[in-house]
Design a protein around this ligand. Structure first.
Ligand SMILES: O=P(O)(O)OC[C@H]1O[C@H](O)[C@H](O)[C@@H](O)[C@@H]1O
Length: 546
């Protein structure tokens, strides 16, 4: 049984120091790769979810990362500096301690514990003058439940890519193969690890950005005086934004909620894409009669805002708001988004004189495509997913929820100073769908990538004979099909494979009442005809069964 491999033997080293020894397997280590991140189950407690990211895994991944970094930087491990931050997850301190031991096994020159941090802060620690670590690592599993954890890795060149993470997980697996009995991890920590928090330095940088951007004529240092802005950090790492960024700039943050880090996330999921989380943040904004509400995900690489009337600005609306701001600063530039963005958004961006590229899901895919186009001579300043991962060229092309909030707050101050309307006025031309729906269809066989690819091929063949449907011109991912809804109205659906899970994702949007049901009916008819043996289509059927 796999779980027996995680029974730790706490014992004492020869000098009497208490140590922990856990083991893992090469297969588990390889599976910890999740695109350009490491992700796994770090705590027991959820039935059917055994631990996969234990101390030994963190140790081996830490050690493998040192080899990767030494190669990348052309330095010896003893010349490297690596800093680790974490979100409030309960498993964070033990995993950080194990990773430090992994660094120690490679004789890394300087190891820094940044304590509670955010993902963007871990990157900023690699480029901030006077700090400039060779690498910053954030231990986080973003908005996922309390039992998960993971790692995001940065150098001054940005986040590591899929291929880098693959190499690290494979090297960790090889090291595991060579030492299957695990490694002793000192339980009292390593005296050589320096404790140097970074979040306050980072907050000072954000304050400076707001001061410069707002350029308040009479209150340069406190440009938010007279504004009420509330923050919902969902008990993740983002609470500092209220206390250390907004309040010192003069904002009234009373009414902010869930600012204290709590790894059990007792209130709501820290996730601006989650309806319950968004409702809670809207309620707090309205109750506080705030000018603006800001909600972050756990590790603050994503955010969304709520306007003074309590309207949530997330997903397509958030992209539109930032596109309006960026296209004013960089007319005619390209905005790269993920694949599930609305037709109204594309029109909005084009209406503002920009070019919209509807690319793939996955924040790294979106960012890399924007960077690629920009380098090829097609100016691109904004790369953003509906999930709220948004990156700007002016901010190291880093997906950064705090920077997005800063940008919107600056716009709000400028509008206030010029006596203009609130930020939502920028969205007045955004056409929104009347109905939308997303369902997830499980693929039940092992080779789910190939299976999903085949389902998509079959859909392509079928669409030709589906009345009223035409495929969109450019599909970077999955298959997106428009439906003529009459009277100049248009609906669409997109079937694609999930980036990571054995799942196919089906999105619908319609401009007419009952439009989603109408499309679901046609998709259901096709699915029933095909009767795919390894595709659980019950979620689509359920749309019609309600
Ligand atoms: O393909 P899906 O299952 O919808 O997941 C896609 C999402 O996966 C992760 O959460 C990434 O951080 C997102 O950038 C990405 O959009």
């Amino acid at each position: 049984m796999v779980t027996t491999q995680f029974i730790p033997h706490a014992t004492a080293a020869e000098d009497g120091t208490p140590v922990l020894v856990t083991t893992t397997t090469p297969a588990i280590l390889k599976k910890l790769q999740n695109g350009s991140d490491v992700r796994g189950v770090a705590l027991e407690g959820v039935p059917g979810e055994p631990v996969t990211l234990n101390e030994e895994a963190a140790y081996l991944i830490g050690a493998a990362f040192v080899d990767w970094l030494a190669d990348k930087k052309g330095k010896k491990p003893s010349e490297l500096s690596i800093a680790v931050g974490r979100d409030p997850r309960l498993s964070g301190p033990a995993l950080a301690n194990a990773m430090f031991a992994g660094f120690g096994s490679k004789d890394v020159g300087r190891v820094v514990d940044m304590g509670i941090a955010t993902t963007p802060a871990c990157f900023m620690a690699t480029v901030t003058p006077g700090v400039a670590y060779d690498a910053g690592i954030m231990l986080t599993a973003s908005h996922l439940p309390f039992n998960r954890n993971g790692a995001k890795f940065f150098t001054s060149d940005g986040g590591l890519d899929k291929a880098d993470i693959k190499r690290i997980c494979e090297d960790a697996a090889a090291a595991c193969q060579a030492a299957p009995d695990g490694h002793a991890i000192p339980l009292d920590g390593d005296d050589a690890v320096e404790s140097v928090p970074f979040l306050e330095d980072y907050a000072a940088q954000l304050r400076d950005l707001i001061k410069k951007g707002a350029n308040h004529p009479t209150a340069y240092d406190e440009p938010l005086t007279g504004m009420k802005i509330i923050v919902d950090a969902g008990n993740g790492s983002g609470g500092f934004f209220a206390k250390s960024v907004l309040e010192p700039l003069g904002a009234d943050v009373y009414g902010s909620q869930f600012l204290d880090p709590d790894g059990k996330f007792p209130n709501h999921s820290p996730n601006p894409e989650d309806a319950e989380a968004m409702d809670s943040a809207v309620e707090a904004t309205v109750k506080a009669k705030a000018d603006l509400g800001v909600i972050f995900d756990t590790d603050v690489d994503r955010s969304a805002v709520i306007d003074g009337d309590g309207n949530p600005i997330n997903r397509n609306k958030l992209i539109a708001l930032l596109a309006a701001i960026i296209l004013d600063e960089h007319p005619g530039s390209t905005v790269v988004t993920d694949s599930v963005t609305s037709d109204g958004l594309a029109e909005f961006i084009e209406g503002k004189g920009g070019k919209h590229v509807r690319y793939m899901r996955g924040y790294k895919n979106v960012i890399n495509e924007g960077v690629r186009r920009d380098k090829a001579g097609e100016p691109c300043h904004l790369m953003i997913e509906t999930s709220g991962h948004g990156a700007m060229k002016e901010n190291y092309c880093l997906d950064d929820g705090a920077y997005i909030a800063v940008k919107i707050i600056i716009e709000a101050v400028r509008r206030r100073l010029s006596g203009g309307k609130g930020i939502s006025d920028l969205l007045s031309e955004l056409r929104e769908p009347l109905e939308e729906k997303e369902v997830r269809l499980k693929i039940t066989c092992d080779d789910f990538k190939a299976y999903g690819g085949d389902v998509l091929e079959q859909l392509k063949e079928a669409v030709g004979s589906m009345k009223g449907y035409t495929p969109v011109d450019v599909n970077y991912e999955g298959y997106r099909v428009n439906r003529d809804e009459g009277d100049g109205k248009r609906g669409w659906f997109l079937l694609r494979q999930s980036l990571h899970d054995p799942v196919m994702v089906l999105n619908f949007e319609s401009e007419i009442p009952g439009g989603v049901d109408a499309m679901a009916k046609d998709v259901v008819a096709w699915l029933k005809e095909k009767d795919f043996a390894s595709l659980d289509a019950s979620a689509v059927y359920a749309i019609l069964d309600k």
